[in-house]
Ligand binder design. Structure first.
Ligand SMILES: *Cc1c(COP(=O)(O)O)cnc(C)c1O
Length: 376
């Protein structure tokens, strides 16, 4: 830097800010929960499940240990397992593929379309007699093209499941993400849309039978309506009660937090849409069918690595999602698909800082710095 003015710093995500943002409230919550010994499956978990049911207008919500296990329990409850195949996008977190693997089934990654989301054509090509389910992943807080996927699922008699870990609050044609398929799962990992102070997740469904099975499985098969009598096989996959208490508080601010992300997305869009080298996500409200929540703001740049370094030198943190490796490139996990669109995307993709805690100053600084890069 030329002058001795302190450089503006915008980390990609500040985990400590999640706490300091409303420190006094959180201290009060910790004290309240701990002093009443509310550690395991207490009223806060019940309240969280009620809150999520209301938010998403869905019949069942079962809080679990994390988003990965939410997928695993949902798949097992549907008896997906050995010999089955489940199709998902390669542009996704390996967690989804791993949950499929852990049921005994085979994850089948497919290519992405122009909108960076799972490509229905690629899905259709990957269907075999063993295919049991399609699990679109609503990457970055935008719901996948569910009508097309529903149509494919119906024609081939497949289950449609949603990994909505990144899309709590997003909607497609007015319908909340996670409630369109047979089940939907969310993650409360700290940097997700609604983050707790550790791990957390939830599964939602309108299927009574599925909801009950997951409820039993997450707590050793103990039936809460029969004085915890063991009525089935299960495991320990409970959400910590203290995390539920934090999430119930954070839900009060959730609509504002989403609105803030959308304001930032609009600002990025206005700042960057004329830069030819960049490919941007759709702007908020650019298509009435979609309500996007911008878990991430993922751009494509032909000069990605250079841009990333330029931003880093100026104190701006960026990330290449999934460590820069899409699922199908993980040959060591046995994948060998040829997905040219995903390969090309991963040479160009970059996540800019995106969360409700960014200030106007931060966002302006990021916009100015990207412009400075392209002016040189
Ligand atoms: C975060 C994430 C998960 C896993 O969630 P955890 O709570 O970390 O287990 C699964 N799928 C996607 C797309 C994610 O982004």
């Amino acid at each position: 830097m030329k002058d001795n003015k302190k450089q503006h710093q915008v980390p990609f995500f500040s985990f400590s800010a999640l706490f300091t943002e409303r420190e006094k409230d959180y201290l009060r919550i910790f004290q309240d929960v701990a002093s009443r010994g509310g550690f395991i499956l207490q009223r806060d978990v019940d309240e969280l499940e009620e809150n999520i049911k209301k938010l998403l207008n869905v019949k069942h919500a079962i809080a679990v240990a994390d988003g990965t296990n939410a997928i695993l329990l949902g798949l097992r409850a549907l008896e997906i397992g050995l010999g089955d195949e489940v199709i998902l996008a390669s542009h996704s977190f390996v967690a989804a593929a791993q949950s499929i693997h852990y049921t005994g089934a085979t994850p089948v990654p497919v290519d992405l379309a122009e909108d960076f989301l799972i490509d229905p054509e690629s899905v259709e090509k990957a269907i075999t007699p063993r295919t049991k389910a399609i699990m679109p992943v609503h990457v970055n807080g935008r719901v996948c093209p569910m009508d097309d996927l529903k149509d494919i699922a119906q024609r081939h008699n497949l289950l449609l499941l949603e990994d909505a870990a990144q899309a709590l609050g997003a909607k497609y044609k007015g319908q909340p993400s996670g409630t369109i398929g047979r089940f939907g799962t969310f993650s409360f990992y700290p940097s997700k849309m609604l983050g707790c102070f550790g791990d957390g997740g939830i599964l939602v469904t309108n299927d009574d039978n599925l909801g009950r099975r997951v409820l039993l499985m997450r707590n050793h098969g103990a039936d809460p309506d029969q004085n915890k009598k063991i009525v089935s096989w299960g495991t320990n996959c409970r959400l910590d009660n203290i995390q539920a208490a934090i999430l119930n508080f954070k839900l009060k601010h959730f609509a504002n937090d989403i609105a803030r992300r959308r304001v930032i997305a609009r600002q990025y869009h206005e700042a960057f849409h004329e830069i030819e080298d960049l490919n941007l996500p759709p702007a908020p409200d650019s298509d009435p069918d979609y309500f996007d929540v911008y878990q991430n703001y993922e751009i494509e740049s032909g000069r990605r690595d250079e841009l990333r370094e330029f931003l880093a030198e100026r104190g701006i943190g960026t990330i290449i999602q999934w460590g820069g490796v899409p699922i199908h490139q993980m040959a060591f996990l046995g994948f060998n698909q040829n997905l040219p669109k995903t390969d090309r995307f991963f040479e160009r993709c970059l996540l800019l800082p995106m969360n409700h805690m960014l200030s106007d100053e931060d966002v302006n600084y990021i916009c100015d710095t990207v412009h400075e890069f392209y002016r040189r």
